[in-house]
Design a protein. Sequence first.
Length: 138
Amino acid sequence: MASLPKSTLHVAVGVILRQQQVLLALRNAAQHQGGKWEFPGGKVEAAETVEAALKRELQEELAITVTACEPFMQLSYDYPERTVLLDIWLVTDFNGEPTGVEGQPLQWADIASLHHLTFPEANQAIVARLQQAFSVPT
């Protein structure tokens, strides 16, 4: 029996940096991969650039205005129920103080300690790349 193709969700992801820390949001327990920490962002709408989607999503979710960002990496991850295409951008400057507009808890986490937190599987490669790119000699 042939299986139906899984849907692909294109997501703009913001790795929001401040010194050696990154901003994380806790996914609502009712969401896919709920109860895990994530890098904020959201769905790229039709006819929207990834950068425009990123800026819109971070304004909607965190009440910040992105003023400087650059592509960091892209990855595709297959969950049993869907495939996600993650366009990950480094956000190096923004206006406003991040607030969990949708009631989601936020935290600034040290890049060096990210591997101690629980992330969706698709985010593991982002954590590894960040720790490699921003590692601090001990």
